[in-house]
Design a protein around this ligand. Structure first.
Ligand code: FAS
Ligand code: PHB
Length: 388
């Protein structure tokens, strides 16, 4: 088989890149190691930057998002039993869209099907080859038979644990990482959200986040020790702890119910440079990870897709500047989101090794944020998404 761009990974970045290229007459094949149902079973991100909303609309997958998503003007932050609202719309003129990653991925799968896009599931042993030549190819095993795809380019959209990043020689690849000494325990419950918008709660006992997917589907997170067994967290224990970490008036109105999903995720900041090696381009989690406190993971994947799609379009139009500059342009925006996600995480989480001085600094930073339009504007412009 031959294609122009072979895409490894059928998550949001791989499917979105495939859709955008297809709409512009560029042929792709997506190789996904899992089944479609498995990919769609993963509960992940919930907040879309406005730039991501526009890219999804450009990809002709925005209809259900526009019909079922919730445009939010801002978020609440709380500490010391007090809360304050940061109004992104008033401060920046922009909003964010609440629309789950699972829905985005489902919309992309449906769109690929409508255009007869080639997405090969259960592709095992995917291996990129000859990336430093102008004739790379990818091999994989499907139903026990080895297959080969000859292509012009390979897009590594295969996530943090994928195969692509490892194709960059160790004497070329530079990795930057910070691992946080806690995780996020997340639950999904068919209950109305705690508030009309998200609540990020800093508390002595640990961070909590009240989010949502729709008017009767809520998403909550608690900062927990990394070695906490999931079984320890019964629903009742989760709700009791959540109530202790949010302001009293929120705790008194939270509607609880059985969890329909419960998972513990470790938090890390990670960046791999460069995001290109010969004919291979890294995209999304294959190249970088952020702690979810800034709601940037999925949005950075969209950001990379935006730059790579533009670069490939230019290449097939005879101009290679976009591809030459891909890694530099993508990383410039990645690092700004890494900084924001790190700052939100250190602002809102208590860690065991924090000194009394550290805690006072955290408290004063939140007090300053509560009182300063300039500080709130800086947070707002990062949260809604910096320009591409
Ligand atoms: P993905 O990991 O989504 O997709 C990669 C795909 O490649 C997967 O389908 C995988 O099966 C496939 N693959 C891997 N190796 C392969 C191989 N060798 N061959 C073929 N296919 C292969 N972000 C937020 O903004 N907010 C959140 O709350 C949030 N919560 C998260 C919770 C968890 C547990 C995790 C893991 C991530 C979370 N994220 C969150 C980040 C997440 O949303 C990612 O940023 C987003 O999925 C990135 O999309 P992709 O780059 O497409 O990678
Ligand atoms: C979510 O709804 O899953 C979510 C929202 C905001 C975040 C992280 C996760 O910062």
């Amino acid at each position: 088989m031959r294609t122009q761009v072979c895409i490894i990974g059928g998550g949001p970045s791989g499917l979105l890149l495939s859709q955008l290229l297809h709409l512009n007459g560029i042929d792709t094949v997506v190789l996904e190691q899992r089944s479609r149902d498995y990919v769609l079973s993963r509960i992940r991100a919930g907040v879309l930057e406005w730039g991501s909303v526009e890219v999804l609309r450009d990809a002709k997958v925005g209809a259900r998002m526009d019909a079922e998503g919730f445009a939010h003007d801002g978020v609440y932050l709380s500490a010391q039993n007090q809360e304050f609202h940061i109004d992104f719309k008033e401060l920046t003129g922009k909003q964010v869209m609440i629309y789950g990653q699972t829905e985005v991925t489902a919309d992309l799968y449906e769109a690929r099907e409508k255009l007869d896009g080639v997405v090969i599931h259960d592709a095992q042993g995917v291996t990129p080859n000859d990336l430093e030549t102008d004739a790379p190819y990818v091999t994989y095993i499907k139903d026990g038979t080895e297959q080969r795809i000859d292509c012009d380019f390979v897009a590594g959209c295969d996530g943090f644990h994928g195969v692509s990043r490892g194709c960059i020689p160790t004497n070329v690849l530079k990795e930057f990482e910070r691992v946080y000494p806690f995780g996020w325990l997340g639950i999904l419950s068919q209950t109305p959200p705690a508030r009309d918008e998200l609540i990020y709660a800093q508390h002595e006992r640990g961070f909590a986040l009240c989010s949502m997917r729709n008017a009767n589907l809520s998403r909550y997170y608690l900062q927990t020790p990394l070695d906490d067994p999931l079984e320890k967290w019964t629903d009742q224990k989760f709700w009791d702890e959540l109530r202790k970490r949010v302001p009293d008036e929120v705790a008194d109105t939270i509607v609880t119910g059985p969890s329909i999903e419960k998972s513990l995720a470790p938090l890390r900041s990670f960046v791999a440079e460069p995001m290109r090696w010969g004919r291979l381009f890294l995209v999304g989690d294959a190249a970088h990870i952020v702690p979810p406190t800034g709601a940037k993971g999925l949005n950075l994947a969209v950001s990379d897709v935006h730059y790579l799609y533009q670069g490939l379009l230019q290449h097939y139009g005879g101009d290679d500047d976009g591809l030459e500059l891909y890694s530099e342009r993508a990383l410039a925006r990645v690092w700004k989101s890494e900084r924001f996600s790190w700052s939100m995480t250190t602002l809102l989480h208590r860690t065991p090794d924090q000194s009394p001085f550290d805690k006072r600094i955290q408290e004063s930073e939140l007090a300053y944020l509560a009182s300063s339009r300039a500080a709130q504007t800086a947070l707002a412009e990062n949260y809604i998404g910096l320009p591409f």
